[in-house]
Design a protein around this ligand. Sequence first.
Ligand SMILES: [Mn+2]
Length: 276
Amino acid sequence: MSLVLRAAAVTDIGLSRMNNEDSAYAGPRLAVVADGIGGMPAGELASALVVRELAPLDPAGAMAIPINGAAAEPATKPLSPVSDPTDEQPTVRIPGDGVDPIAALRDSVAAANRKIRNVSHVDLDTDGMGTTVTALLLAGDRIGLLHVGDSRGYRLRTGVLGQITRDDTYVQTLVDQGLISVAEARNHPRRSVVMQAVQGLEYEPTCSVLAAVVGDRYLLCSDGLSDVVDDETIADALTAEPDVARCANLLVRLALEAGAPDNVTVIVADVAEDAH
Ligand SMILES: [Mn+2]
């Protein structure tokens, strides 16, 4: 029996921002959310670069168009995803069942980091650009998880929601030291200070390997969801709506109803048996 992800991605610019710097990809093996940093147009370029570098790890990904906020913009913005300024086509590197999913994720993000560094050296408008990345890669009966920044991963297993990533934020370090509570962190004036991102510099991704279990539901999201919708509401939505696409839409709608001051990106991915 082989396993697949049944996954859907939805992004929305939100109610306050002038552009959408989030990018995402969801396929049968791979799910990625990236939240760009660096202002227009650099943030959306950085998030698109990391998604574009990871997408060939998915059998459907080499030819796919990742969701990028830039593509949702009308008029002056191109409707295609942000092009790769290095004009170097990613090669297909689909990991087989025996392949280490963590090594594959690490290598792809390292390649994206080098591209971000190279682009920002050539184009000074993009200096300082970076991105978060939270990615799941299914390989056989294992799921590799790689995380940098303040996007989030959650897993719903037998009705119980758990967060599977730890925010690389200043307020999370205060929570870890017992200096503030999780509730205080939500409203802390420095809650948006990110301790590391993929921005052409040194970074240390947090990686783990999870058992792929049929029936598990994963959620990847940018902070545009988790900042304004609490975990209990997220758990209720993930439980209530069986269809992944409708569930992703529902979560984005909840963020919009909560004011959505930031771009919102959501992937809902179920581990399922492959029908083929
Ligand atoms: Mn954000």
